[in-house]
Design a protein around this ligand. Structure first.
Ligand SMILES: Cc1cc2nc3c(=O)[nH]c(=O)nc-3n(C[C@H](O)[C@H](O)[C@H](O)COP(=O)(O)OP(=O)(O)OC[C@H]3O[C@@H](n4cnc5c(N)ncnc54)[C@H](O)[C@@H]3O)c2cc1C
Length: 384
């Protein structure tokens, strides 16, 4: 890594999923060989602070890091359960710490990339660039890529919604075999819905080891002990009383139809702050991959990091808004919506839809499986 200077071609502010994905893609394209790059984060990554799950057809840039993969998923709800083969997709899992270590191993071999650890306090646009102010210095760059969230979005209209996807995950080991490691339980709604949309993911690694995540889509968090109690009740009811907790994870993901700006002058927003979290599902990792790949491609083609078409088509933002409207106003329970969706469609069609990759005709097929009246009313409310 080179000595620190004050001006760079690119500054990447935030070395999390988006910042590191972008940098790995710039490196894969050789852009770093003729571009000075500064990567800033407030602190080095030393812990497994999150686990990413996502579905993918084929292999991605981070394929060597996939810790587990499943070719089947299961959906469960009161009165309905089904296992789906998801070919051409696989449901994959990457541990955050593996991702950080892998990226930093690659980055430290590159002399054109400088890494500093310092808290960023402000990012401002300049006429032909931008400044990044940290606790200890001010840097300038031609372009700044930021994934740092300084403030929560301020909602201005009744049609903007902001729910929280909050979850507690335990990796447990059981004394007796309890799990089918060939399939991941994508959503299990056989839990109380008293707080709002609530379900459990189970990702088994072996017949006696799994990550189990108690997940809610609501406006408020629960008291910390409520997640533990719910996980314990669920594991006892569906698996065993005899288990040990090996690891724990807690997370909050915004679920909103707030329209995040893709850029401001020469500051390009990436990751959650760049709008890559899908409003209706919270899935982000693959949207980050698409956005950072598009930025790297734009730099190669035009010399500038601006992508000329919105990756999330307006149509999909509208669908997300309708779902958020129903959930935020308690017009229809999440369990009803997801059960109908999985009863009448293949998981592969649902994944394609949630990836914003279906055609309009495919959208109509999926949408026609949902309760007509509440969805139509919510759609009208969101339109006007
Ligand atoms: C626990 C958890 C589990 C998740 N699981 C999934 C999942 O399974 N699938 C999925 O698709 N999505 C998941 N997500 C959502 C999403 O993929 C992640 O939040 C993802 O990390 C977002 O990437 P990002 O780059 O926007 O933010 P981050 O990865 O959080 O990166 C932001 C970086 O900015 C740094 N930073 C923040 N403030 C400052 C500052 N002032 N100065 C300098 N640096 C700063 C942080 O240290 C961090 O490294 C999960 C989120 C969480 C929290």
């Amino acid at each position: 890594m080179s000595a620190q200077k004050k001006h760079y071609d690119f500054i990447i502010a935030g070395a999390g999923a988006a910042g590191l994905s972008l940098l790995m893609r710039l490196m894969a394209a050789g852009i770093h060989q003729h571009t000075s790059i500064l990567l800033i984060d407030k602190a080095p990554k030393q812990h497994n602070d999150r686990t990413w799950c996502f579905w993918e057809a084929g292999t991605g840039l981070f394929e060597p890091l996939v810790h587990n993969r499943w070719n089947q998923i299961e959906f469960m709800a009161p009165g309905f359960s089904k296992t789906y083969a998801i070919n051409p997709y696989q449901y994959k899992m990457i541990h955050g710490i593996d991702f950080y270590n892998y990226c930093f191993e690659a980055i430290k071999k590159e002399t054109a990339i400088t890494v500093i650890y310092d808290a960023v306090t402000a990012i401002n646009t300049l006429h032909n660039g931008a400044t990044v102010t940290t606790a200890n210095a001010v840097f300038t760059a031609n372009y700044v890529f930021s994934s740092i969230v300084f403030n929560s979005p301020s909602l201005k209209t009744p049609n903007e919604h902001y729910l929280l996807q909050h979850f507690k995950g335990w990796t447990i080991e059981t004394t007796v075999p309890c799990f089918d490691s060939n399939k991941a339980s994508f959503m299990d709604f056989r839990v109380s819905q008293q707080h709002g949309t609530t379900f459990v993911y189970t990702m088994p690694f072996a017949n006696n080891k799994a990550l189990i995540e108690y997940t809610l889509f609501t406006k408020q968090l629960l008291p910390p002990e409520a997640y533990n109690a719910a996980l314990h009740t669920y594991i006892q009811a569906h698996f065993t009383k005899d288990y040990t907790i090996k690891e724990q994870e807690f997370g909050i993901i915004p679920m909103t139809n707030y329209k995040f700006k893709p850029y401001n002058g020469n500051v390009i927003y990436i990751g959650t702050i760049g709008g890559q979290t899908k409003g209706s599902s919270g899935y982000t990792f693959q949207f980050i991959q698409k956005r950072t790949a598009a930025i790297a491609a734009a730099i190669i083609q035009t010399g500038k990091p601006f992508t000329n078409k919105a990756l999330t088509a307006k149509r999909f933002q509208f669908y997300d808004s309708v779902l958020l409207h129903l959930l935020a106003h308690n017009k229809l329970e999440g369990v009803t919506i997801f059960t109908k969706l999985f009863q009448k469609n293949d998981a592969t069609a649902i994944f394609k839809f949630l990836d914003n990759e279906t055609s309009f005709a495919e959208d109509l097929l999926l949408i026609s499986s949902l309760p007509f009246l509440p969805f139509s009313k919510a759609a009208i409310k969101q339109l006007f």
